[in-house]
Design a binder for this molecule. Sequence first.
Ligand code: SF4
Length: 348
Amino acid sequence: MFHEIINKEEDLSKEEIVYLLKFSDKNELHFLYQRADEIRRQFCGDGIHLRGILDFSNYCEQNCLYCSLREENISLERYRMTPEQIIEVVRAASAQGIRTIILQSGKDTYYDTDVIAYILYQIKQSTDLAVTLSLGPRGFDEYKAWKMAGADRYLLKHETANSELFTYFTDGLIRGNERIQHLRFLKRLGFQTGTGSIIGLPNQTIEDIADDLVLSRELDVDMAVFSPFIPSAFTPLQNMQICNFDEAIKTIAVARIVLKNCHLPAVTGLDILNKAGREIALKSGANVLMPNFTPEPFLTKKRLQNFSNKRYPDYTSPQHEISVKLERLGRFLSIDRGDSLKKSHLVK
Ligand code: SF4
């Protein structure tokens, strides 16, 4: 049954996804990773895309229980970069050969529609970068304005498909299905879209993770980010159990089998669970790395937000990201923008 499911051409049912996520036979498990790697090669090729992240603000108006950026975290030293600082960093990243930049912040409406549009316009005028916005749920009119200003992609993680868990972890401030509506709207506007979830949240079941994969498939997203839960200091979940590494990797492998031609990052957090975490993910279905281009002194503040309790090592520098030995994996650094692999976006 295991081999039948991993080799199935048709879409997997939720029950089959659950079966794979629960599969734990140590003598057979390597076939799952091997199959995910084959599907990655067939649908995405051997190139690894770098998507540079710029965390330009760590302010947030929300209070998600798992997140160090939550508004009530008064121990966090907050920062905001000016539009000029943001544009300068993006241009420098472009000069270093990065082809995609992700402009990321908490939900921070200090950067209003016009400010973000101005930043986008300036970046698009002076670079050929693909620009992804990761600014949380914002107004539909804002999405329209930013698309017109040149934004290519929008990353809005659904965090967990279990609506009860979502309401609990986000302190009831946002509704899960609202995010889904936003993702659908973004897609209609022509954005390449990304979603994703946190793996290993307290009280999350394997069925919930299967629902995350099914939802990502239904939304037909271009990228899906599955990040391990790592308890952040000074949050209500700081003493909870960290995500199990094997579960995180298995999720990425099953995600590749389910989502086929969707970009799947090997996120930095995997290296916190296992020193070779991202390399293992790249061999198990992942095809994207996300180096952090946030400059000093902001980078130090960002590091402190996650690692101020010193429990975890720091793996956030671009140098560390790019030092992953791609040749050793039989892979190469892609020089294209890593656009959508879906037909709707290939016909341009
Ligand atoms: S998860 Fe996002 S919306 Fe929630 S507190 Fe963190 S940055 Fe804000």
